[in-house]
Every structure is written in C-alpha cells, then in structure tokens.
Design a binder for this molecule. Structure first.
Ligand code: AHR
Length: 335
C-alpha cells in the first residue's frame, strides 16, 4: 500500500521505462483515434478487478473509451474479482510483449512475483484505482487513484453532519459493510473512519457489527439482513460502496424499518443509483469516489512511453454530498 513516505517521494523518473517499450511488438487491430506519439500504436494491457459494482462499470467504460480516444491498442481482461485471474492476465500481457501494463489490483498483497516478471521483461506497470503492498518500490511506476483512507475520514465527518441534521441523541450504533476482504478500499475506508471515530467520538459511537459484502448489492443485502437479526438496535449504516448500501436498503425495508430515518446511511462512490436512493431519502450522505480514471491513465501511459516524469501517486479529486443536494446533482451525474 502507498504510505506517507512513498507518497512524499513526489516524482519518479521513468526514462528507463520509456526505453523499455522498444521491445514491445507491433500490434494488429485496436482502435482508431489520434495515435499516441509516433507511428507505432501503444499497446496497453489492462487487467480489471471485475464487474462487481456500478462504480466498476463506469471505470471500465472510462478506460475503454479513453484508450480508443488516445488511439491505443487496448488488451482488456475482467478478473471476476479473482487475484489468480489477474496474475494470469498480467503473465499473458508479458508474453505478448505489450508496451505498458496497467491494473487495478483486487487485493493489496501477493503481487511481487508477477511484478518482478514484468520488470524483468522491461514492461512498465501502472496501478490504477487500488494500490499494492510491496517493499520494492521499483515494481510499479505510479498509482492513479483515490485516497481511500481520506474517504473513510470524510465518511465519519459527514456522518457527524447527518446525525446533527437528524437531531440524533444518544448512542450511535454503527453497522459497517466492508468492501472485498484484503482490497485497498476496504482496508483504508475502515481505517480512516475508525481514526476519526476513535479520536473524536470514542464515548458515543460504536461499530457494533462489521462484515464484508464484497462490494456487491447481493452481498450488502444478505449481510445487512444478518446484521438486523443479530443487532436490531443498529441506527447507522456505513457502507463502503453505494451498491452494498442499495442492497442493504432492501433488507432494512424488509425488516419493516425506514432507511434514511430509522437507520441513517452513509456510503461511498456517488454512482447514479446511489444518488437516486439519496434523492428518495434512503441514503443520507455519499462520499464521492471518482471512477472516471481513463483519460488520466492514458496520459500517464503516454508520459511513461515518452520517458517523462510522473508523480508517485496521482490523486483523484472528489466531493461529498448530503441528501439535500441529491436532486440537483442527479441530472448531471456522469456515472
Ligand atoms: O476500488 C474502488 C471500489 O471498488 C469502489 O468504491 C467499489 O464500488 C468498487 O467495487
């Protein structure tokens, strides 16, 4: 995972990486558009996490359309939330001698071996969306993505506003729906939230139950139903993404409770369906996580190919939304 130390390692030269691409083979097929630099099309191998959420669909669309726009030959694969599928995809991109490999790692650990193979093959690797844990900083060039720990902090801060607005008095009994176990956004969103909770609300807030819903609607629905059985006094839900919150809403309603009133809900992402639920009064606040990373990723790919310098972590800009902003924001949501 990126920590403060390597974040502060602001800029990393990638001249070597550009030289490496000389070994990439000429690609047939691919997309039309303005070719990124020179006559030879850049071939980008991209391994996506899966198609678990609305966020992920928007992210996939963004990557595919930005690659097309940039005139790159994109080799895309969907790992269906399995690390072994991502490792196979990366190995296949190495075998095909693509120019650059990018991927969004499903979990943070277990990447060193395959990343060393990419390095040995002189293929630069760019992380997008999620980070990895490694002691060897040379195994990837940069991360293009959000600060998930900060999203967790923002979720706690916006919950303060939600409680205030609802005139909530007494203990805050929180149920947490975590993302995929071992994934950077699950680990870091939990960490950032707890940091604020422990520092500022030790006496009145408590996470009474927490479990993964794997970032899916079905997971959110099933786990929330179990939460309500074991802890019927829950009055807040913190969901690591909108899809799990939407699934949970179905279980809350099935239990005869009102989402957004009996159980206050804060989630992360800001996909259209999340905004619809918010405009219906069922989600109280959303911390945005922007999935439209394609254009930025393609720029970085070009810079790496050209031997330019990129930041070690290219952070995404994001906002927070309260329920009363939902109706106005909905028509212009891009994903
Ligand atoms: O890594 C980003 C997270 O992955 C999104 O918040 C979630 O919806 C997705 O599945």
């Amino acid at each position: 995972m990126l920590n403060r130390r390597n974040f502060l390692t602001a800029a990393v030269g990638v001249a070597a990486a550009a030289g490496l691409s000389a070994c990439a083979k000429e690609d047939e097929g691919g997309s039309s558009g303005s070719s990124g630099g020179g006559s030879k099309k850049i071939t980008l191998g991209f391994s996506q996490v899966g198609s678990e959420s609305g966020w992920r669909s928007a992210n996939t669309d963004s990557i595919k359309s930005a690659a097309k726009e940039a005139g790159y030959n994109l080799k895309f694969s969907d790992a269906q939330q399995k690390q072994e599928n991502q490792i196979s995809a990366i190995r296949s991109y190495i075998a095909q001698k693509v120019d650059v490999i990018a991927f969004s790692p499903v979990v943070v650990t277990g990447w060193d071996a395959v990343l060393k193979e990419a390095k040995a093959a002189k293929i630069p690797v760019i992380l997008t969306d999620r980070s990895v844990e490694t002691k060897d900083e040379s195994l990837f060039v940069t991360l293009v993505g959000s600060d998930f720990t900060d999203e967790g902090r923002r979720a706690a801060k916006i919950l303060e506003k939600v409680l205030d607005k609802a005139g909530h008095k007494g203990k805050v009994k929180i149920a947490q729906l975590e993302g995929t176990t071992g994934a950077a956004p699950a680990i870091e969103r939990a960490k950032g939230f707890k940091e604020i909770m422990d520092a500022e609300h030790k006496d009145d807030w408590e996470i009474v139950v927490t479990q993964t819903g794997d970032f899916t609607r079905a997971g959110g629905k099933q786990v929330m139903a179990a939460f309500l059985q074991s802890n019927p006094d829950i009055n807040v839900l913190y969901a690591h993404n909108d899809d799990m919150a939407i699934g949970a809403i179905q279980s809350i309603e099935a239990a005869g409770k009102k989402p957004g009133k009996d159980i206050l809900i804060v989630s992360v992402d800001g996909v259209k369906d999340g905004f619809v639920a918010m405009s219906e009064g069922k989600i109280n606040a959303i911390v945005e996580c922007n999935p439209l990373l394609g254009p930025q990723l393609m720029e970085v790919v070009q810079t790496v190919k050209d031997g330019g310098t990129v930041e070690r972590w290219i952070k995404t800009k994001e906002s927070d939304f309260m329920q009363d902003q939902a109706k106005d924001a909905l028509p212009t949501r891009k994903y």
